[in-house]
Design a protein around this ligand. Structure first.
Ligand code: PEP
Ligand code: MG
Length: 856
């Protein structure tokens, strides 16, 4: 317990070795987080044992061989007190050398303490010190003590003998000598290579300092109720209020946590005896101290305590380790209890970690049988039986059996299989490849680029790098959050979208200053977008609507039509289907903006790739197979992503855009009849030249005029350009005057800026990131330098020509917190991302607004 005494002047004048008092010069960045926390507890007048803090500087000098002013340190403690030394790094998560307890035990103290606390307890204290000194200070192997089975005084005697045999020296008896040796060994351990690498992996800078705290021991063994334990007020997995921890009579340090059944519960518990029953007063006291710590330190803390003959001593408070969902609940409860303001609660939750709440996860404590790690392209985890084709996935879903679709890569033909599967695994691809984009859109766990596995999809065999072979029907788990492919079925943690989540999101929205929309292609996506309170649809990729079996054949017929009028006739049949698609989206979004992108992919994606598919098509179209083959061949391109797609189709095969524009406008009038008025947004993809916009715009304007005239009703619409080629960014000044908005498609823009295929980059991306060529996968985190500069140029030039132009990003980066920061800095009006990333984006945007208000 802290006793005010006058003898500490020498120490107090030296900030590098200072007694922790309420006003001692102790700071986390000079003495470490533990020292600072102890000072806070001392200020709260908690029963903290007397403690001296050594600064980073002092510890560094000790490591270099300097001997600290021992007299000044020891003067702070009773001459009979045992001491312990514990690490105090700046951020407690960076760790540090293990604590050494019971410094000061020697033969004489052993005799004294045997009289006061009993021989067995005294021997236990001495034994613990001898063994930890031997291992941590004298650097003996722990197995030196392996053969010692006796405990009590005999175990002690044998341990001392083993120490002497190994070191050829008697066990040191002088407390000062013991202390210096412990300090030096801990100081040097911090400088060791493995300790350095370990903490750097946790984000510590190379020159991170170590402080040490020397604390008077409250032994935890002796007469009356003595022992040690830890207590916290929340469950670390859920964050719900729940007193958790353990207590072990006649123990020290964290013994209670390793003690299994012999440890006591804290609160009354049907599973066994509790501290509440054994020492009710100490328990009540402890609970009150923990609540005070929570309130004053504004954090959920784990309390490390010792009970000495019924009295509680607080040795330390450590921030409670927590899962992502616990972190959110803890932050919200602290704000609801008015301990922190709501803005601070918003700042405390890591937006990336929200993914853990929005999706099922592998339970943090489950055993993981990891087969390989690919790119975690869509978060969440699912278990299922593997299937190798979309058709098998659909059959499996029809049987009510969860399945994982395993493909080398996916194509639009697999979308229905993806809908039927609970997860997707591909060999190829990166963050913006087909499987990744669709997976995120569906909220489906997805791993792409698992190139260390062997995918023999024709033979229906999947082989792991360790040689294990999986066939159709075998069970795998896909953890799309970590990118791990797991064998079998580990325990799962369900998604939670509870009131706590809604509360936090409400606080976030009140702060946010950039809008968040969702990319949604189907009514189901749109409903998810609404549920996550997206402020509209920023990108509806209309091509996905054509893969429905009933439409695919009509689509193929259209592609095979020889003349413009032939094409228009077939498109007439698609028109009502598209109109209903759009009307549904408008109805679900209830007057919020819906941005529909005109047809984008190369047409050959809709043609069958297999011989049997081509035969079926020939039959359906009543054409010779050779004709079909010839047409399919003729349409193939060397580089389809840079070929006949996007606006290039709009210019050369304009009937498709005409049909889509008509469907959009007719749906607009229909949906506006009974619901909120709809102002559709029509977006032209892959633009690189002003003339493309002029040509498409004039046709769309005339379709709008025709629909208005036919239905005798005017309506508004906004026409915009998708900026996804570098040239469109550079020429934004001449494009902007023709458009209401510019929406940056950063997937294609990244692909074209780097000359890096979005579908193939997965093969070398991890090597590139590992070797520091790219700091991050640029398809995941927007490249601030190259692609970011194009965004900046595009925005500036677009605005220069048309100050009111709406600016946005609708590539996958729209859901990535770091990328949202770039968009916000550039003054964009909104970002649009997969529906399941909307909450992540809402929170990240709120944090950016709060920190910029605070000048951060
Ligand atoms: C883009 O290129 O950024 C985009 C949103 O379009 P898509 O992913 O459909 O090519
Ligand atoms: Mg694109």
């Amino acid at each position: 317990m802290l006793r005010r005494n006058q003898k500490g002047a020498a120490v107090q004048n030296n900030p590098h070795t200072t007694l922790i008092t309420p006003d001692a010069p102790v700071a986390a960045n000079t003495h470490g987080g533990r020292a600072k926390c102890l000072q806070r507890l001392v200020r709260l007048e908690m029963p903290v044992p007397r403690t001296v803090a050594l600064s980073f500087d002092a510890v560094h000098r000790i490591a270099e061989g300097e001997i600290p002013d021992l007299t000044a340190i020891l003067e702070q403690f009773d001459s009979a007190a045992l001491l312990c030394v514990r690490p105090s790094s700046e951020d407690p998560d960076w760790g540090g050398p293990g604590a050494v307890l019971n410094i000061g035990m020697n033969d004489a103290r052993y005799v004294d303490l045997s009289d006061t606390m009993g021989a067995e307890a005294a021997a236990a204290l001495y034994l613990r010190f001898v063994q930890s000194y031997a291992v941590h200070v004298a650097r003996l192997d722990a197995d030196v003590f392996d053969d010692i089975e006796a405990d009590g005084s005999e175990g002690l005697r044998q341990s001392l003998r083993a120490y002497e045999d190994e070191t050829d020296e008697a066990f040191p008896q002088d407390r000062g000598e013991q202390l210096i040796a412990v300090l030096r060994s801990m100081a040097r351990a911090w400088d060791g290579t493995s300790a350095r690498l370990l903490r750097q992996a946790k984000g510590a800078p190379a020159d991170a300092g170590l402080g040490l705290v020397i604390q008077e021991m409250i032994p935890g063994v002796g007469q009356g109720e003595c022992g040690s334990g830890v207590l916290q007020l929340v469950d670390i997995t859920t964050g719900m209020p729940q007193i958790t921890g353990r207590y072990l009579s006649q123990s020290q340090g964290r013994d209670a946590l390793g003690a299994g059944v012999s440890a006591l519960f804290l609160e009354k518990d049907p599973r066994g005896l509790s501290l509440e029953e054994v020492a009710p007063k100490a328990f009540a006291d402890l609970k009150a101290q923990a609540a005070l710590m929570r309130e004053k330190l504004r954090e959920e803390m784990q309390v490390e305590f010792v009970i000495e003959n019924g009295h509680v001593h607080i040795l330390d408070g450590v921030r409670v380790q927590r899962s992502a969902r616990a972190a959110m609940r803890i932050a919200v409860r602290l704000a609801e209890d008015e301990i922190i303001p709501p803005q601070e609660a918003v700042m405390r939750v890591d937006p990336h970690a929200l993914n853990e709440l929005l999706h099922r996860q592998v339970h943090p404590e489950a055993r993981r049988d990891v087969l390989t790690t690919g790119i975690g392209a869509s978060p969440g985890a699912s278990t299922g039986r593997i299937v190798f084709t979309a058709a098998e996935a659909q059959a499996s879903a029809a049987r009510g059996e969860a399945c994982i679709l395993v493909r080398r890569e996916t194509s639009p033909e697999d979308v229905r299989g993806m809908h039927a599967a609970v997860a997707v695994l591909t060999e190829k691809g990166g963050m913006t490849s087909h499987a990744a984009v669709i997976g995120r859109g569906l909220g489906l766990p997805c791993i792409v680029g698992a190139s260390e596995m062997r995918f023999q999809t024709k033979k229906k065999i999947l082989s792991a790098p360790d040689g294990r072979v999986f066939k159709t029907g075998d069970i795998l788990t896909i953890d799309g959050s970590s990118g791990q492919v797991l064998a079998g079925q580990p325990a799962m943690l369900e998604a939670t979208l509870d009131d706590c989540f809604q509360t936090l999101m409400g606080w976030a929205d009140a702060e946010r200053d950039i809008e968040i929309r969702a990319n949604a292609d189907t009514p189901a996506d749109a409903q998810t977008a609404r549920n996550f309170q997206a402020q509209g649809i920023g990108l509806c990729r209309t091509e996905h609507m054509f893969f429905d079996p009933g439409r695919l054949i009509v689509m193929r017929e259209m592609i095979f039509a020889q003349t413009s009028s032939g094409r228009a006739a077939v498109l007439e049949r698609l028109l009502p289907m598209q109109r209903e698609d759009f009307a549904q989206l408008f109805r679900i979004m209830e007057g919020q903006p819906v941005c529909i992108r005109l047809f984008d992919p190369p047409l050959h994606e809709f043609l069958p790739t297999t011989r049997s598919g081509q035969r079926e098509l020939a039959e359906a179209l009543d054409l010779p197979v050779s004709d079909v083959e010839r047409r399919v061949d003729a349409m193939s391109e060397y580089n389809p992503m840079l070929g006949m797609r996007g606006v290039r189709l709009g210019v050369t095969v304009p009937e498709i855009y005409d049909m889509q524009a008509r469907a959009i406008f007719e749906a607009t009038l229909e949906a506006s009849k009974n619901g909120a008025p709809v102002v559709p947004e029509v977006m032209i993809p892959l633009v690189s030249a002003k003339r493309e916009v002029e040509l498409v715009k004039s046709r769309i304007d005339s379709v709008a005029a025709a629909v208005a005239a036919e239905q005798g009703q005017e309506f508004e619409y906004r026409l915009g350009v998708m900026v996804e080629t570098p040239r469109a960014c550079l020429r934004a000044e001449e494009i902007a005057p023709h458009t209401a908005f510019l929406s940056f498609g950063t997937n294609d823009l990244t692909q074209m800026t780097y000359g890096l295929s979005r579908d193939d980059a997965g093969r070398f991306m991890s090597a590139y990131v590992r070797q520091g060529v790219f700091t991050e996968d640029p398809f995941h985190v927007l490249d601030p330098d190259g692609v970011g500069e194009l965004l900046k140029l595009g925005a500036e030039r677009g605005r220069a020509a048309q100050p009111d132009v709406t600016l946005s990003v609708c590539g996958e980066h729209g859901g990535n917190p770091e990328s949202i920061a770039i968009c916000r800095d550039l003054g964009f009006d909104y970002v649009s991302c997969s529906p399941f990333r909307v909450p992540v984006a809402r929170l990240a945007a709120a944090q950016l607004a709060i920190s910029s208000r605070l000048g951060g």
